[in-house]
Design a protein around this ligand. Sequence first.
Ligand code: FCB
Length: 450
Amino acid sequence: MSFKKDFIWGAATAAYQIEGAAGEDGRGLSVWDTCCKRPGFVRDGDTGNIACDHYHRYKEDVKLMKKIGLKAYRMSISWPRILPNGIGKINEKGLDFYDRLVDELLDNGITPYVTLFHWDYPQELFKKGGWLNPDSSDWFAEYTKVVVERLSDRVKHWMTLNEPQCFIGLGHSKGVHAPGLKLDLSDVLCASHNALLAHGKAVQTIRKYSKELCEIGYAPVGVVSFPDTQSKEDIEAARKATFDFDGPSLWNSSWWIDPAYLGSYPEEGLKVFEKWLPKIGADDMKTIFQPVDFLGLNIYRGPRVRMDQNGNPAKVKKNVGYDQTAIKWQITPETLYWGPKFFYERYQKPILITENGLSNTDWISLDGKVHDPQRIDFLNRYLREYKRAAQDGVDAKGYFCWSLMDNFEWAEGYNERFGLIYINYQTQERIIKDSGFWYKSVIENNGENL
Ligand code: FCB
């Protein structure tokens, strides 16, 4: 079998990266607004103040989605647009925006897949300790309830958190993403535990308040290694490297997924993090481990590994001049075969690729179009691998290309273009790139032409 008939073909964005309208209609500040003001935090001093101005241009953007033939759209909700202080007072105008956007999508036959948290954490809650505060998971549940009560008559697909490895790891340990902290590992693990509790409480809240039957998942990074050869040993080495621990690193899959999908932290992780572990309450694991319907994975790249003489995974040195995208991420299409395969084996949930794509040096050609053959080739290579995984028995639910449009790439500002649609940030003109038209044909053929 190839991709299933009802395979979900979509593209993804996140609120802070596209909406703009940062100071409008009562939106509160997020930690990204404040970090953007810090000199040197974001390349070229770029901010999300205007971004793609999607807040005002969402109708035009939905039209473009329709033109590309998207069946689904993965979007996120800005927490401080809904609750300017993070908790308490509700900003009706913020909710109205998502109301209109969801209606517009549905009117155009596009299914919304909504991520509740894609990194724009309310500044007011950060002041109270953010993810370190023991109440932080309840705050997230309160916000979730407000969103679900308003949208769940129409939104039936939810994701709780996007990439905790990044907002905790890059945001609270490395300090290169908002809120820009470099905390001790014990504090970082406390924040990570609270984020997992937030996931669990959000799932409970969605189930409790949703007006319709719905599907819920999570969108962590699928940190994946792939085997150098097809030998059993190398495959085992890649599997181990994907889920085991190579020291106390947060760039890992099982620490973030096992609790939510299997009900416990991985044994090995508990060992390597032993000295820094937070207090884990008696019922915490039960709270985190809620029934979910799919596993979302953001997969872009991963290392090639083989089994060494001692039976341990060893990274294979990259070739000199290896293939890479504009952001200097190595091109590894194999990760979209082995990732879905390994994660499906371990967690036994339908796999939804919630992000995959590349940044490319796109510009408007003399003919007025945007030609991006590299993106077509990249997506083709990755999607063929994903299709192979589906053929080999992985329950592949769908695929969201990152991204629908060029946008604010966090610490890199507007220097990286990941979109199927080109944005001219001076005029806000949108141009569907060649890859957007190519993706349309892939969708029409349900991937048979890959
Ligand atoms: C992921 C993020 C997404 C985008 C892509 C390129 O880590 O979830 O917002 O920045 O990378």
